[in-house]
Design a protein around this ligand. Sequence first.
Ligand code: ATP
Ligand code: MG
Length: 560
Amino acid sequence: MSNGETPTQSNFITDIIDGHNQSGRFAGRVHTRFPPEPNGYLHIGHAKSIMLNYGLARQYGGKFNLRFDDTNPTKEEQEYIDSIIADVHWLGADWEGRLFYASDYFQQLYDWAVQLIQQGQAYVCDLRADEVREYRGTLTEPGRASPYRSRSVAENLELFARMKAGDYADGSRTLRAKIDMASPNLNLRDPVLYRILHAEHPRTGDAWCIYPTYDWAHGQSDSIEGITHSICTLEFEDHRPLYDWCIQSLGIHAPQQIEFARLNLTYTLMSKRRLLKLVNEGIVSGWDDPRMPTLSAQRRRGVTPAALHDLTERIGVAKNNSVVDLALYEYSIRQDLNQHALRVMGVLNPLKVTLINYPEGQVEWLDAVNNPEDPAAGVRQVPFSRELWIEQDDFRETPPPKYFRLTVGREVRLRYGYFIKCVEVVKDADGQVIELLCTYDPDTRGGNAPDGRKVKSTIHWLSAAHALPAEARLYERLFLTENPDDVAEGGDWMDNLNPNSLEILNCYVEPSVAGAAPGSRYQFERLAYFCVDPDSTPERPVFNRTVALKDEWAKVQQRG
Ligand code: ATP
Ligand code: MG
């Protein structure tokens, strides 16, 4: 699915859905959802889940819901809800007005808990959290029954009502399902369904002081919404028997849960808890710092939804966890920007060039192609004059072997301009080259010599008098190691942070970009893709480097 087109891929999930459509299990309906917990910003992994769920709904002419799993009031905030809505919308997934909250179902979930108690399938337990854990046993030892397991229905109903009424302190009691303390699946050893928490909820305020656990809320929320295929990540595989037990005990609509592998990227961590730590400790400037894997950060950095769609298509859905090479993601980003980003010239590390034979005060406007991939993007004019900026890297006083760019006595082409030849260098007191004196050949306008002589390289440049001062923010990977979790003994993932993940340069860009709106994307020719940052002012644009031009993925593939 790129740019909202319907996917055509088949995979193990579409096989399951096709099977249901043949057997008639859901009467041909396909209804998926994306169920984020509003306790942080969405990241690239969530994008995969969103596009998978939305893509399946589209592929089968079905429906897609957005639902906040807001059952944990102490960690959830409106800021997160707002950002999630904006991100899902940005990705192009359309929930068609079906935006729900698990908190909308608190009364129904409570009523169903009462039903379980009445059926003798749930009880109020006075064990503390650590005792519940201790009684639960381990993978090799069966659990022990809680001393409160055999309470009467009447007593359980009364205690649960008093829990709801606020008669008890936080943590003093829970409601637990009565399933099987000897089950090999720990999730079935009388899991907690409700806990007491005297906390204000962003949506229900102080209406409740008991909150359903994720295990109790999740499957039933799917059921209420008529979800057919509850797609989730692999860590919920062991919870599926519990969800099925709840649904069967209540006798309500049963969705099919299907687990798939999380998207992981090299050099990247995608747990919200850790991302929150990076924000709270000021390692990054916020959730949308362009080094973060969050969608708001990726957007700010210049990544397009199309690039995320492309990545998702390329990796497909898998049943086994794996780690995707960050270079593949960068490849997807580049593919899209190459087609759509306007080309401009920018000089990141300026070196002055004076064309000693160019008339003082003269300005020519030269035609420059806006996007060679898109003829409709047209041509703009760039000013040319006697004093220019070029990239420091494009000159070497002592050129290494195979260096074909500028050096004393050598001729190169200026992109869209003329041939120039360096005749002399000017140095400061420390011996640093601060200026090049060059000649230009007036007969080479447009980049070709009438006598047919060739040059080996073409470099970019700016007219110094016209260039717009700007700030360039160059990002590197946030972590130094492929797997940031790979730490020495006693170490911590924070040890793997890259101390040089941000470099800020004072640079110049051509005047055509003056006033560009934040979010505008460009290719600085020969350098990288950049996106205008919201920190820009009319006098001084700020550019985020989205991704370099160099394609590392092609190299990875060659290595095989
Ligand atoms: P995190 O571990 O980053 O905090 P989470 O799973 O706790 O994420 P939720 O808000 O519960 O975050 O996730 C919403 C949905 O997104 C879930 O269905 C979850 O399975 C899915 N999801 C989360 N991370 C990834 C990932 N890396 N790849 C694919 N899907 C993901
Ligand atoms: Mg979660």
